[in-house]
Design a protein around this ligand. Structure first.
Ligand SMILES: [Zn+2]
Length: 56
């Protein structure tokens, strides 16, 4: 089913500073094999922090 395929690729990005889930994203497992680790602004930390991917 198309919907289950969508949710299977869904992941959350967790702030390494406050451990809050700030972003939702998807990735193509065929092209992205490494764990995501993105520098993004965290409104709770009020600064740019690295956000790591969290599964479900
Ligand atoms: Zn934070």
């Amino acid at each position: 089913m198309a919907t289950s395929k969508f949710t299977a690729n869904l992941l959350r990005l967790k702030c390494t500073g406050c451990a809050r889930m700030n972003y939702y994203t998807r990735k193509n497992k065929k092209t992205v094999e490494r764990k995501l680790d993105l520098k993004k602004y965290c409104k709770w930390c009020k600064m740019r922090k690295s956000h790591k991917e969290v599964k479900k």
